[in-house]
Design a protein around this ligand. Sequence first.
Ligand code: IFM
Length: 472
Amino acid sequence: MKQFINFPEDFWWGGATSGPQSEGNHGKAHENLMDYWYRTKPEDFFDGVGPEITSDFFHHYSEDFKLMKKIGLNSFRTSIQWSRLIKDLETGEPDLEAVDFYDRVIQEAEDNEITLVFNLHHFDLPVELLQKYGGWESKHVVDLFVKFAKTAFECFGTKVQYFTTFNEPMVIPEAGYLYGLHYPKYSGKGAEAMQVIYNLNLASAKVVELYHSMKLGGKIGVIMNLTPAYPRSNDTKDQEASYFVDDLFNRSFLDPAVKGEFPKTLVDVLTKDGVLWDYTEDELKIIKNNTVDFLGVNYYHPKRVKANESNTDYSSNWMPDKYFEDYEMPGRRMNPYRGWEIYPKAIYDIAMNIKENYGNIPWFISENGMGVEGEEKYKDPDGNIQDDYRIEFYEEHLAWLSKAIQEGCNCFGYHVWTVFDCWSWNNAYKNRYGFIAIDLPTQKRTIKKSGHWYKTVSENHGFEYELEEMKE
Ligand code: IFM
């Protein structure tokens, strides 16, 4: 039997993108990590497509906001690019053309009654700061980030009510230092990755402190990619592995951001292994006293874990993997294009965790979505993509989210990844996620079936759903 899946009247129905994935590089003051990576190794990117043009939001933002309104969005997140806004990275002096661009974006959002969330960092460190100072391993870079944030708040702080410090900060050490996936593409730099975790938390807290001190009247948060860990079995060793994975990949950012301190169990392991970050008591006080006003949660997939059963010797090169291995659960549902498991119930588990262990802090789903390769094949004769699989994906996740809200979770919104197809690291335009398709040669925008569906959900504050579709 169908039931109405209900959401609050003032719920955020929105979507997210990021500056480096959507704007294109027109007029940018500096190269970021991805720009440099592409310039020096274009073959790493799917079909050799780089970040120069992407979805050309720089020129299409006005049309894009109108389309967002048309498909029922009341909120939208993008990021201010450090490499665009700041002319002088040492002083934080702004580039006036960039200020003008972001001002126009803000105005267009307001004209279309779309609440804007401005994020400050989406993996897009100016590459000079890696080359000169070692990037996020350096506390000088932390202070330069605070200068960038100050400029952003001075320019836009009274016009935008919601800021976030970082998008998915854990991806920076994970993909850039542990597993060689994102530039600088280091692998096996376990100890350095731990310092990066600490420095990113410090940078976030310093920016939160600055924002609150400026009394701009809005709110500041951080966007986490939460990947709940589920152990293979009830065996103690699997349970311990799963606890460690949650400590490292989730709580290492969640706890400092919301509770002001790192998980003691993680600190104990890192101390025992001699890889605890370099810190000072004054810095720990900054982290303690400057927690976020709200959280964004990007949820795509869980992390299935088992005890480490390999014989790998980590004695000369510490890696967190000494405490766990990924577990390929038989029968798991997969998105084959992205290689990620689809497990909608984790949204409910995340919501309950925030309610029970993080003071039920206000939060929203800041990304959730399904990337699909070759969507062209789902075009109807009129050229409109019939992406029913995406609608089903969203419905199932939203049904679990609604259940959590009925049970008292403080979730105030849902943002998809993404509104219009955008560029991604290495994958470039391989997998499409948008409600709005982009034809790259012409930059023509066409609303997919899921975009029209979203409008009805946003207007009706929910949708009819067969509850039996919710799989445990
Ligand atoms: O494209 C990314 C985004 O930058 C961060 N979250 C996951 C998305 C899909 O891979």
